[in-house]
Ligand binder design. Structure first.
Ligand SMILES: *Cc1c(COP(=O)(O)O)cnc(C)c1O
Length: 401
């Protein structure tokens, strides 16, 4: 589990926290690619298994490379404990199965990551754990949805793909008034831009696949929080059920954390500039980026985040056909639903990430056919604009005819 706060600045923790140096004296962190660990005697083995002696037994339980990543992320989020998981989805699943019982209830923001909605609605429901979906920014709807059985409030902010902003401090007060826990999915901001635990959240979940890796290499996730809920309860589920992070992936993610701060600053700068440019394009009918003053969540985002993030979502005139045309006329930008990469990516949420929702669910979530999502990477902004320019210009020409 994570060490207590180091007292260092985040830039230092990102590079130094959780470092385990082996007797070989290597400078870069070693990769402990081992499934099990050996004991010096039968007695030591017995003590490790009983828990009387701390130490590694088996990598489904603990592994030094995974621990190093966990300690580093806990330091950055300001949590006492972190457990790493095989994916972002298994982080959410592990948290729910560890902390909830049959008959208990979740209130979740509408428009969270598509698989999260499906996990709650199609799978946890089978175990007798019900979910009510509410509009992210409507605090009264959250209050109204809470019952005596509500144990978790789950929110993603900014939301995907519309970049709506939830008031973390206000939601934590609502949760705590009803003895429920507030869980924040911090994948879009990362601790470089937003620290939900400091704003009153009880737990943070991550898809490490996104900005924590930062270069689109590995799938992973994490849960951060206090020593009891995360260090004991979630960890207890994870070591038994087994959706643990592989040491190799943990090693890659730890390298990602080292550059997280500077990457996030660059993603924010690029996204802000691209959003301002898109706003001036004739073919663009609407734009969703919290860094723009007209975004309804702008002032809240300015208060609870230290940057507006790297994702820009917009609508074009001409529906699905026009949106697909923008995508198909790009030469450089990657057509993929992943995000949080140094490479810019573009996707059509309505037919990819949110395709499994019904038409009605999509409409309620605001995922229109003309909606496009760009996760702005670190290529030259001029080249990104040039790549979008072709599709945008052909739409403007078509509209003029
Ligand atoms: C990608 C994503 C997830 C799921 O993470 P995986 O690593 O793909 O399992 C959950 N929440 C958000 C906000 C995401 O972007």
């Amino acid at each position: 589990m994570a060490k207590h706060a180091s007292g260092n600045q985040p830039e230092t923790d990102a590079v130094r926290a959780g470092h385990i140096r082996s007797p070989e004296g290597e400078h870069s962190e070693a990769l402990f690619l081992t499934s099990s660990f050996v004991f010096s005697s039968a007695e030591e083995a017995a003590q490790r298994f009983s828990g009387d002696q701390p130490g590694n037994v088996y990598s489904r339980f603990t592994n030094p490379t995974v621990r190093s990543f966990q300690d580093r992320l806990a330091a950055l989020e300001g949590g006492k404990a972190c457990v790493a998981t095989a994916s972002g989805m298994s982080a959410i699943l592990s948290l729910c199965l560890a902390l909830l019982s049959q008959g208990e209830h979740i209130v979740c923001a509408r428009g969270v990551f598509g698989s999260t909605t499906m996990l709650l609605k199609n799978y946890l429901s089978k175990l007798g754990i019900a979910t009510t979906l509410v509009p992210l920014t409507d605090l009264q709807a959250w209050r109204d949805a809470i019952t005596s059985k509500t144990r978790l409030l789950l929110v993603e902010t900014p939301s995907n793909p519309l970049m709506e902003i939830a008031d973390i401090a206000a939601l934590s007060k609502i949760a705590h008034r009803h003895d429920a826990l507030l869980v924040v999915d911090n994948a879009f901001c990362t601790p470089a831009l937003q620290k939900p635990l400091e704003l009153g959240a009880d737990l943070v979940v991550h898809s490490a696949t996104k900005y924590l890796d930062g270069q689109g290499r590995c799938v992973g996730g994490a849960i951060v929080g206090d020593a009891e809920l995360v260090g004991k309860e979630v960890f207890g589920f994870l070591r038994t059920a087994g959706p643990t992070m592989s040491p190799f992936n943990a090693w890659v993610f730890s390298r990602g954390l080292e550059t997280l701060g500077i990457r996030m600053r660059a993603h924010c700068e690029q996204a802000q500039a691209l959003a301002e440019w898109l706003r001036q394009q004739q073919a663009v009918s609407r734009i969703y980026y919290p860094g723009l003053a007209e975004h309804p969540g702008h002032s809240l985002a300015a208060k609870q985040q230290s940057g507006f993030g790297g994702v820009v979502t917009f609508e074009v005139f001409g529906g699905r056909e026009a949106a697909w045309q923008i995508i198909d006329q790009t030469q450089m930008i990657s057509i993929t639903a992943n995000l949080g990469d140094v490479k810019t990516t573009i996707t059509h949420p309505g037919t990819t990430t949110h395709a499994k929702l019904s038409d009605e669910e999509r409409a309620v979530a605001g995922i229109t056919p003309s909606l496009l999502r760009i996760a702005v990477g670190l290529e030259s902004l001029d080249d990104i604009k040039k790549d979008l320019q072709q599709g945008l210009a052909s739409l403007s020409r078509a509209a003029a005819c």
